[in-house]
Design a protein around this ligand. Structure first.
Ligand SMILES: Nc1ncnc2c1ncn2[C@@H]1O[C@H](COP(=O)(O)OP(=O)(O)OP(=O)(O)O)[C@@H](O)[C@H]1O
Ligand SMILES: [Mg+2]
Length: 275
C-alpha cells in the first residue's frame, strides 16, 4: 500500500546503517519525495528503482546533503544527519557517483581520483586545487588508497590518460572509482550502467560485486535494467511519484501489483528477463 511500506527487519544483532524516516522534499509545487522511509543494513546491496522522475536521484541528494528535506529525518547509525553539509557526510562514510558523469574531463584518471579523495577529506574545491601538488607529495598514504582502488577496478592502464578521452564505459568506471576514493562505508551509485551495452553492463556488475566482496561495502544502486538488478541486489526499493511502493526481494517486487502498474507504459525498465 502506498506510503506504508517499510524495510524488513535486520539480520540478528546488526544495527541499521542508514535510515530515512518520512522524508519529504518539494521544489515549489512539485513534490519530489512524499514521505519516504526505508532502512539499509550493513553489507547489503539494495537497488532503488522507479519510473523517470520518481525521486531516485532526489533520495541520493537528500542522503548526501545536496538537498535538505523539508520534513523527515535521515539517520546514520542511529544519529540524525539531516541537513549536514556534503563534506561532513562524506567524512562519515557516505560516497556517491552521479547519474551524469561528473569528472574533470581534462584531468587524468589518477588526478580525478586524487582530487576525489582530497575533496572528501577536506572541504573546498579552490584550496584543494591549489594544495593538490603539495598534498600529493606529502601524503603517500592517500596515494596508496587510490592505487588500491585502481587495482580493484583495473584502471591502472588508464591512470595517465585524460578522462574526456576515455571510452564511455571506462568513464563510468572512473566515476565509481572517484566515489570510492573517500573510502565510503555506504556507496550510492546513480545509474552506473546507464547508456551501456549488455556486455558492458555485465562487466560493471561483476566489478560492483567484486567491490562488495573486497571492501564489504553497503551499496544502494539506482538501476533500470531488471536483469542487472536481479543479479546485483538482494533487495529492491521501488519509488513512484516520490513514494516508496515496494521493498523486498527481487522475485517478490517484480510481481507486486503497484510496481507493475507504475511501470505500465514505461520503456526504460528492461523487463524481458524474468527475475
Ligand atoms: N533541482 C530541482 N529543481 C526542480 N525540480 C526538481 C529538481 N530535482 C528534481 N526535481 C523534480 O523532482 C522529481 C524527482 O526527480 P528525480 O531527479 O529525483 O527523479 P529520478 O527518479 O532520479 O528520475 P530519472 O529516472 O529521470 O533520473 C521530478 O519531478 C523532478 O523534475
Ligand atoms: Mg535520476
Amino acid at each position: 500500500m502506498k506510503g506504508s511500506v517499510s524495510s524488513p527487519s535486520p539480520p540478528d544483532g546488526e544495527g541499521v546503517l542508514l535510515a530515512l524516516e518520512g522524508v519529504r522534499l518539494a521544489f515549489g509545487g512539485v513534490s519530489a519525495l512524499a514521505g519516504v522511509s526505508f532502512a539499509l543494513y550493513p553489507g547489503e546491496v539494495v537497488a532503488l528503482i522507479g519510473p523517470n522522475g520518481a525521486g531516485k536521484t532526489s533520495v541520493f541528494n537528500c542522503i548526501c546533503g545536496f538537498y535538505k528535506p523539508q520534513q523527515g529525518t535521515i539517520r546514520w547509525r542511529g544519529e540524525a544527519i539531516t541537513g549536514l553539509p556534503p563534506h561532513r557526510l562524506a567524512r562519515l562514510g557516505i560516497g556517491r557517483s552521479f547519474q551524469n558523469i561528473e569528472l574533470f574531463r581534462t584531468m587524468t584518471c589518477l588526478d580525478n581520483l586524487l582530487l576525489g579523495r582530497h575533496l572528501h577529506i577536506r572541504a573546498g574545491l579552490g584550496s584543494t586545487l591549489l594544495a593538490l601538488p603539495a598534498w600529493r607529495r606529502d601524503e603517500v598514504a592517500q596515494r596508496l588508497v587510490i592505487e588500491k582502488i585502481m587495482d580493484l577496478l583495473d584502471l591502472q592502464a588508464f591512470r595517465h590518460q585524460r578522462v574526456g578521452m576515455l571510452p564511455y564505459g571506462i568513464q563510468k568506471l572512473v566515476e565509481v572509482a572517484r566515489a570510492l576514493a573517500g573510502e565510503p562505508k555506504l556507496l550510492l551509485l546513480d545509474e552506473p550502467t546507464a547508456g551501456m551495452t549488455a556486455e558492458e553492463k555485465d562487466e560493471m556488475m561483476v566489478r560492483l560485486l567484486g567491490l562488495r566482496q573486497e571492501l564489504g561495502l553497503t551499496m544502494l544502486v539506482v538501476e533500470h535494467d531488471l536483469r542487472v538488478v536481479s543479479q546485483l541486489a538482494e533487495r529492491i526499493l521501488v519509488l513512484d511519484y516520490g513514494r516508496l511502493i515496494a521493498d523486498g526481494p527481487p522475485t517478490e517486487v517484480q510481481h507486486h501489483p503497484e510496481v507493475v502498474r507504475a511501470y505500465l507504459g514505461q520503456t526504460k525498465l528492461t523487463t524481458e528477463a524474468a527475475l
